[in-house]
Ligand binder design. Structure first.
Ligand code: HEC
Ligand SMILES: [Cu+2]
Length: 317
């Protein structure tokens, strides 16, 4: 509806970036406007009658009117029609939203505390970043590695629970280039609010280029691969690499070779310590931090990947 999502201005609704989003907004606007009109008629009428039929003298008598068939029919029938319209309309939009496309581009999404892992059929994986071509049916097949999460893209007006041990699906077809938020909308623990991703809608050519670039990843120099992995495994959401600021975890900037005070005494930050910190974070807790915040990456990184990340951390100078 024009005043909810004008072409150029950002209003109180997030940018609508798919046809479904437009449908949802229209229905929502209808609800809002019809509720507003009903409210004005109802409350306005009430105030008007209170005034008009106020008691004017001590002898005022209330006329004895029991009912009025015609009026009663009207105030039942008109709302009924409106409600049926809302029902049918809502059903139609929901049906469109939940009918998965047959030949859509399929992308796998795994929620985990506290990041989204994305897997493309070509083998490309990303974290907290979904890249899709414009005007294409995209189907997300989703699951969770730990607890309930919920995948939500406000600009597409779509949301779906992500459940451990089960696949759930979601689809969209974006008609707008740009970058949109992905939120987790199911409280899932300490860093739930940081479980934020971005969904980039790009042209078909850019998409192919991006996919190709991502697949070249394995031929990158080792530290650069580590940098990528650091992003992809969402280490970056908890560790700063450009300054000494503390996020959920300690900064890793200029850490290598320094002394670190941990629960197991003072240690030197060397390769072995980094390895242990990644695979078994609770072995030595950095002073000032709590155990069980950093997830163990045991089984999630192979030796080559571990090495790449360690090389990357060594190079943070
Ligand atoms: C959910 C937040 C979180 C994520 C994700 C996370 N970490 Fe941590 N990390 C922490 C916290 C908190 C600590 C401090 C407590 C401890 O020592 O276990 C820590 C400690 C560390 C340390 C020791 C740092 C020091 O100053 O001695 C290293 C190294 C490290 N993490 C590397 C990584 C790498 C590499 C990844 C990604 C593969 C990663 N972390 C992912 C939260 C996180
Ligand atoms: Cu979550």
């Amino acid at each position: 509806m024009f005043w909810l999502s004008p072409a150029h201005a950002q209003t109180f609704m997030p940018t609508a970036a798919s046809d479904i989003a437009g449908d949802v907004d229209n229905l929502y606007s209808f609800l809002l406007i019809s509720s507003f009109i009903s409210c004005v008629i109802l409350i306005g009428g009430m105030i008007y009658f209170v005034y008009k039929y106020r008691r004017k003298s001590p002898n005022d008598k209330t006329p004895r009117i029991t009912h009025n068939n015609f009026l009663e029919f009207l105030w039942s029938f008109i709302p009924l029609v409106i409600f049926m319209v809302i029902f049918a309309w809502g059903w139609k939009v929901y049906h469109d939203m939940r009918s998965m496309p047959e030949n859509g581009l399929e992308i796998h999404v795994t929620g985990k505390q506290w990041a989204w892992e994305i897997q493309y059929k070509s083998g490309v994986t990303t974290s907290n970043e979904v890249v899709v071509p414009i005007d294409t049916d995209v189907k997300l097949i989703m699951t969770s590695r730990d607890v309930l999460h919920s995948f939500y893209v406000p600009s597409f007006r779509i949301k779906q629970d992500v459940i451990p041990g089960r696949y759930t699906t979601l689809w969209f077809n974006s008609n707008k280039l740009g970058e949109f938020h992905i939120f987790c909308t199911e409280y899932c623990g300490t860093s739930h609010s940081g479980m934020i991703g971005k969904l980039r809608v790009v042209t078909r050519e850019d998409y192919d280029k991006w996919l190709e670039q991502e697949s070249k990843f394995s031929t990158l120099p080792i530290a650069e691969r580590g940098a990528k992995l650091f992003q992809n495994k969402a280490c970056a959401s908890c560790h700063s690499v450009v300054d000494s600021s503390v996020r959920v975890g300690p900064a890793l900037y200029q850490k290598f070779g320094k002394q670190q005070i941990t629960s197991a005494g003072e240690v030197t930050v060397d390769e072995e310590y980094l390895r242990e910190s990644i695979l078994n974070p609770n072995a030595k807790i950095v002073k000032g931090f709590n155990p069980n915040i950093m997830p163990s990456f045991q089984g999630q990184l192979n030796e080559a990947e571990l090495l790449a990340i360690i090389e990357y951390i060594k190079g943070l100078k």
